[in-house]
Design a protein around this ligand. Structure first.
Ligand SMILES: [Mg+2]
Length: 264
């Protein structure tokens, strides 16, 4: 732990499967974050959520984990950062996602309301998001066909809910892209856009970051591609036996059973 804190300028922590699972925090998570805060270390909690950091914060607070909203970075925040940069100075955006997107971009973009208006980009969430209605799907199709860029919040195929597996952001984005015959861009983990925008926010170079995550595909591969150090925790998706067949560029630098291993 001391070595990690000394060697790296920023610690990046995946949320689901690393910091928490469902509605409880995983062993060592609270203590780890307290230590990072006590030493004023730069850190960020990462999620492919389609909502804003502020809303993720509320969930963390219910678990008794206290962090500042600036310590949370979601795929939705990465999508917001992407359109603001890509279509500066005043992006024209259609929201096919969440209230979180609306809150993050209000005042910074011009919202497109109909298929006839000029539009730079469509931000796409998943099917259960409040801005995804049949009417708005039709508008999005019209806009995409006329050249608006399709910006998927994440490329996740599915996500788990209490009812079972749901269509993920990637599935809805691909549906729109297929219908409009265009290629979309994705902003969540493990995309380069996600980690680059995050480093920009934290004002750190990727090679000075260490990422801790539970999913080789979503966390480790993306972070490694940018030259970050990577630690896999076995509290989530990837199991130790999964590592055997992985190619070198997918192997984590280190494997731990759970976050408490870092606290010793
Ligand atoms: Mg995870």
């Amino acid at each position: 732990m001391a070595e990690l804190l000394e060697q790296y300028h920023a610690i990046l922590l995946d949320l689901d499967g690393t910091i928490y699972h469902d509605e409880y925090s995983l062993p060592g998570a609270k203590e780890l974050m307290q230590r990072l805060q006590a030493r004023s270390k730069k850190f960020a909690c990462l999620s492919n959520s389609t909502t804003s950091p502020l809303r993720v914060l509320q969930r963390l607070m219910r678990m008794g984990v206290e962090v500042d909203p600036s310590n949370i970075y979601t795929a939705a925040a990465a999508a917001a950062d992407y359109v603001l940069r890509q279509f500066a100075p005043r992006p024209r955006i259609f929201n096919l996602a969440t209230e979180g997107i609306q809150e993050m971009l209000d005042g910074l973009v011009d919202w497109v309301g109909s298929g006839g208006e000029p539009c730079h980009a469509i931000i796409v969430g998943n099917l259960t998001n409040v801005y995804v209605t049949e009417e708005r799907l039709r508008i999005a199709l019209q806009l995409a066909r006329k050249g608006a860029q399709v910006v998927g919040i994440s490329a996740d195929r599915v996500y788990p809910s209490a009812r079972g597996l749901e269509f993920g952001c990637g599935a809805l984005t691909e549906m729109l892209c297929y219908a409009a015959n265009v290629q979309g861009v994705y902003c969540g983990k493990p995309q380069r856009i996600f980690f680059e925008n995050l480093c920009r926010r934290l004002e750190v170079e990727p090679q000075n970051c260490v990422l801790i995550g539970d999913n080789v595909e979503a966390d480790i591969v993306g972070a490694k591609a940018l030259g970050m150090r990577t630690i896999l925790t076995l509290t989530g998706v990837t199991r130790r036996k999964d590592l055997r067949d992985l190619l070198p560029h997918m192997q984590p630098d280190e494997v731990i059973e759970e976050l408490t291993d870092l606290l010793v």
